[in-house]
Ligand binder design. Sequence first.
Ligand code: TRP
Length: 463
Amino acid sequence: MSDSATSGPGRDGAARETWATRVGFVLASVGSAVGLGNVWRFPFQTAENGGAAFLVVYVAAVLVIGLPALLAEYVVGRRANVDAIRAFSALGHRRFWFVGALGVAGAFWVLTYYSVIGGWVIRYAVDSLTGAYLAQPATYFETVSAGLPAVGFHAAFMLVTVVVVAVGIEDGIELATKLMVPAVVVLMVGLAAVAATLPGAGAGFEYFLTPDLTVVATNLGDILPAAVGQALFSLSLGFSVMITYASYLGQDDSLLVDGAAVATFNSLVGVLAGFVVFPLLFAQGVSPDTAGPGAVFISVPTALASVPGSLAGVRVGQVLGLVFFGIVLLAALSSSISLLEAVTSFVVDRAGTSATRPVVAAGLGTAAFLPGVLSALDTAWLSWFDAVAVNLLLPVAVLLVVGFVGWVLGRDAAAELAEGSGSLERLAPVWLWTLRTVVLVAVVGTVLLSVQSFLSGGVAPPL
Ligand code: TRP
């Protein structure tokens, strides 16, 4: 893997920041993709949708829809070399501007509640100092997940996100993700190892790894949209994040290799989270389908409580808890940064020199904080915001991008993908063909099923 130091003017002649290195781009993509979606959302979605059966459909969704769609966003971003809304005009298709607009709006929408969950993580990191969550993990989660303190932690998380984005893409984001990515993996492997030793853990492995295909068959209408939605959310698709990141990219990178690396790594972290959460829930005697959005916040403290020993009056479990929630915090931040970055980059590109990056980032962070207060006061609101994002906005946004790239950009898209791909360029036409057919049909099916499952879950916000 070679570094391509491509700083300097962008294609449109304007001086635009670019990634200092190719590794920087891949890490930032991974940083955006790996986040609460993997550690918080994946386990409880698995639990609510049939355990191992969900895992199978999810992996298929990543391969059939996720990776091709990720490449489609990379192609749009790198070819246009501007923010996600102007990208469509820059490619000569001005009337598709609304695709980018929907994406930027979606990124903003996700940020509002993502920051609330990020706030929970800050709280748990801080609580490691006292070990407050160790005694009664399930009750504890109930008490702290909603209410005024949760609003305060939501504010804290948003503030940190704003600061990193205000500093600018290279210093802020590249540094944060370089630290976070290896740390997440090492820690999760360690926790999975601890989990595996606990009595009762075996039932967790069985639950997670032994798919009951009759469950898939009888619940396909629910499992399919949930698994595809999880794959899209987890890869940060649809909401102009990957388009924005790829717009800072040079022409000599292999999008295919980078995309495949990002998709593989991202799924591995999700699966790893499963290896941590399920053995722990079973060891504790908590049924996974009752844990809901609290799954990771209930199961991990359970494991920590079982770790023996103490150092200078501090339980070893607390030290490990600080490390775990600290690292999940980094993962969450590198994703929330990407969400705010997509919206900020749009406003800054548009307003030119009249709007400075720090001011825009702060203004948008505040604007996203306010509706997020609802989710911080009541988890029913959080679930509603999440359902609108994942069941409505996300599949529609991905459908539009896939349709645009497949049928409007067409051959140009394949040419863009081929560029920098070396001997893999032969795959570009295959990708285009799949995008136009299999991927498109699968996404249309997902939209229909997702909207149906959203409607049946009750459309109305929980007023
Ligand atoms: N992928 C991130 C996660 O799994 C969340 C996220 C960041 C996201 N940017 C996004 C989701 C853009 C959808 C679109 O935590």
